[in-house]
Design a binder for this molecule. Structure first.
Ligand code: PHE
Length: 450
């Protein structure tokens, strides 16, 4: 279990993997990935995203899990503690702060989209029969353009997240996750098969896997980097916090690989389920945040048993979102609990209420809604928050984490924590010392200079 007391531990390696996969797999894979891939023109983005996930993402997952397990506190506490043990500046604690703050900002808009999935579950129960592209599009814009439904569902989603975190992640959730994640996976495979049989599957395959590297602008590359970090829950304190509850006998390397493999598989499956429908019905692939909500309901409206499958899909998607959102709330709660000695219930209530309030702006900032015309650096409120976290805080947080362990933590301590073979360790060490910081720095530079 992952409750926040100092002694809390996962009950087994399996539950840890499930919780970590639960954190990684969520709206990032099924909502954000197709929407970003669509906006960036497809395959080139997808390949860069995959390369970042495995080359930099996996080593960083290992890094964060190790730091968490060594520190055994909130991300802020762990970073400060390790910096002190290594006789380094307490300023390294800022990495922890940036994570906790970033997770809080993400939670604020994540819960809004999580609310959309809950609302769509209800819509699916009513059935999507007879929906065409125009109908699906107007259903979505009508939904996000009004205040009540999105706000109520945002409140419900945040309430569920708060409830689970407040109670500590008990056996119930561990069990639920280990059932839900495989079920979601199975359902996605089913949807891919359906899309392959009835949709424009060849177009989707070409779109996702035949790269046109001419499309690789600096903006696309940083989007792919941000997407891979977001999808793996990196640099936001979540993985570090989960590492803090990890037993010493769990091998971090294979765990990280498993998490990343599950994560990108789900993203690709989501792409393969969604784009055949998108192309079949002439929906715009670059349609933005509504892509999933505008494409899949059309298919659910047509397939036999679509009412049940559609309901099940949005139910499981909501669950996948909740297993991610609890990992977004947990870092700040564990900080209040450990460092301020505020009890878990109060901490969860306070942080969730604040994130809910901040999220109202994202909910009302959708097209056609009250704040729909507000622009921050040319972006909607939700996009601006996403840009700040995914494209700025995550890459920078990841870069500084890599620099910290690569250059300021003793090599031996990391080697002990990771327990890799020599060759594996050298590979990991080269990535965190050189490849990750330089790559992230270059991506940043290219965005500002070009
Ligand atoms: N990885 C989650 C997703 O893809 C989102 C997330 C980001 C969770 C950062 C925790 C930390 O939906």
């Amino acid at each position: 279990m992952a409750a926040g007391s100092d002694q809390a531990n996962w009950s087994s390696r399996w539950t840890f993997i499930m919780a970590a996969v639960g954190s990684a797999v969520g709206l990032g894979n099924i909502w954000l990935f197709p929407f970003k891939a669509g906006q960036s023109g497809g395959a080139a983005f997808v390949l860069v995203y995959l390369a970042f996930s495995f080359l930099i993402g996996v080593p960083l997952l290992m890094t964060e899990l190790s730091l968490g397990r060594r520190g055994r506190m909130s991300p802020i506490g762990s970073m400060k503690k390790i910096a002190a043990e290594e006789k380094r500046s307490p300023l390294w604690g800022l990495i922890g702060w940036s994570g906790v703050l970033g997770a809080f900002i993400i939670l604020s808009f994540y819960s809004v989209v999580g609310g959309w999935t809950l609302a769509y579950m209800i819509k699916a129960i009513m059935g999507f029969q007879g929906l065409d592209a125009a109908g699906a599009t107007s259903m979505f814009s009508d939904f996000i353009g009004h205040a009540t439904e999105p706000l109520v569902s945002h409140a419900i989603f945040m309430g569920i997240t708060m409830y689970i975190v407040a109670r500590g992640v008990q056996g119930g959730l561990e069990k639920a996750v280990s059932l839900m994640m495989p079920a979601l996976f199975g359902l996605l495979v089913l949807l891919v098969v359906y899309a392959a049989l009835t949709g424009a599957f060849a177009d989707a395959l070409a779109f996702l896997f035949t790269p046109d590297f001419g499309k690789l602008t600096p903006a696309v590359v940083i989007d792919a980097l941000g997407q891979s970090f977001f999808s793996l829950s990196l640099a936001m304190g979540s993985i570090m916090t989960y590492g803090a509850y990890l037993n010493r006998d769990v091998k971090i390397g294979p765990s990280a690989l498993t998490i990343a493999a599950a994560d990108s598989t789900v993203a690709l499956l989501a792409g393969l389920a969604i784009f055949p429908i998108v192309f079949q019905f002439g929906i715009s692939a670059s349609g933005g945040p509504g892509l999933v909500f505008m494409s899949l309901p059309i298919a659910f409206g047509q397939m036999p048993g679509g009412q049940i499958i559609g309901t099940l899909f949005f139910a499981l998607l909501s669950m996948a979102a909740i297993t991610s959102s609890i990992s977004l709330l947990e870092p700040a709660v564990s900080y209040l609990e450990h460092s301020w000695k505020i009890n878990r219930k109060k901490s969860a209530l306070t942080i969730a209420a604040a994130a809910f309030a901040l999220g109202i702006l994202s909910a009302l900032g959708q097209e056609g809604n009250m704040l729909g015309n507000v622009r921050i650096f040319g972006q909607s409120i939700m996009d601006a928050k996403g840009y700040l976290t995914n494209n700025i805080m995550m890459p920078l947080g990841g870069m500084f984490t890599a620099l910290f362990v690569g250059w300021f933590v003793s090599r031996k301590a990391m080697a002990d924590e990771l327990a890799l073979t020599d060759a594996q360790f050298r590979f990991w060490y080269t990535i965190v010392r050189f490849v990750a910081p330089i790559a992230v720095f270059l991506v940043f530079l290219s965005v500002t200079v070009l």
